[in-house]
Ligand binder design. Sequence first.
Ligand code: GDP
Ligand code: IMO
Ligand code: MG
Length: 428
Amino acid sequence: MTLNIVIGTQWGDEGKGRVVDLLAAEADYVARFAGGDNAGHTVQVGAQTFKLHLIPSGVIHPHTVGVIGNGLVVNPKTLLQEIEMTRAAGVEITPERLRISHAAHIITPAYIALDKAREQSRGDEKIGTTLRGIGPAYNHKAARSGLRMESMLDLEEFAEAVVIQVEGVNEALKNLYGAEPLDTLEIAKEYVDYAQRLYPYIGNVSYLLNDALRSGANVLAEGAQGTLLDIDHGTYPFVTSSSPTAAGALVGLGIGASHVARVIGVTKAFQTRVGEGPFPTEVFDDTANHLRGTGDKPWDEFGTTTGRPRRVGWLDAVLLRYTIQINGVTELTITKLDVLSGLRNLFICTGYQRDENIYPDLPLGPTDLDYETVYEELPGWDEDIMSIRQWDDLPKNAQAYIQRIEDVAGVPARYISVGPERDQVIKR
Ligand code: GDP
Ligand code: IMO
Ligand code: MG
């Protein structure tokens, strides 16, 4: 009956997987709508930790159906590996429980080689991509020379299409970047094997989801990346190549806007970024070590997909207001509040300053972030809050920090996550 959309309001890694797992208890379908295996979504259930890149995080609940929408670019090799891993962890993955859009695009090793060659050639100007072939796959999609999942349904034609595509990219690798060409026939053989294993999962997921919505089912759309990485609305050119916003959910699944009920913006209690690009509230030294952690705890800020240390900083309310507007966010879920325990003072960026002028909003959007940051200082708290489940039990300063975020954001924070575990959450 309703479509709820979960999106990231920052630069990704806000804890979307964890929040989707929480909300999937009430959903019938959980659908990824953008990106590919550049995403890394962590879900912790008891002693088990799932790190999902393509399979929607909601499938850990046995009653759900997982959907991979047309907005994705799918690496069939990593998808098959992830299916095996998830099965080995005791989650049933069958063609009935996981549906893949016929119109999703396919990543081949040629795109991965091109992603690497492009990053290398950019030198100091590199974007810091995940090197998963995401940019080249969306490039070819827009150039109308991509391979779609539906082409896997005719093996002979598919093998030919793979050969043509890899040969084309080989030319670019050789001529533009001086890189080694790839073995076209070897890749075609490998991809025919993937097609033989994946074809039962492929179908028209737009019909599936629209029928489900008409018959009263709940659909949860699972965002990947974050709004500040959006190709149109992010910190261009330091962005990904897709639309990780709420609007991207409609395009990336083939659902109309009239079904949307809630847009849940996942926001980390501080700010992180992995890869290059502007980051006005970035911090270094002791505060950075506190926010990032040293890598001894599973939730420390090291990339789920790449293992790279994430850059960290104070919460940027100017950017948050902007991403709330872009997505039409109706409520926030704030994650990792527990990580702030032990910091004497906390800072929220509430304005940008240039010369004598202070701007509460972004004059030219987030591509121009060359401003001084204006901070508001709030007192921290010492208590470990990971075992707290009731709002009233939170330290007063933690309550005040959340309330200040709500004030500047203009939307309520309905869930506050105080740990990575399914039950480490405060519902208001
Ligand atoms: P996603 O890409 O948005 O799904 O986020 P990631 O999984 O890449 O990164 C979020 C990290 O924070 C993961 O290690 C989660 O297990 C962890 N996490 C999520 N929520 C919380 C929280 O409230 N507290 C703590 N300590 N860790 C959390
Ligand atoms: P989840 O879903 C954080 C970043 C990369 C790089 C830029 C472009 O886990 O939040 P790409 O490989 O997409 O061409 O890289 O986007 N990036 C992410 N950062 N979380 C993600 O996903 C990301 N997906 C891409 O680090 O800066
Ligand atoms: Mg992640």
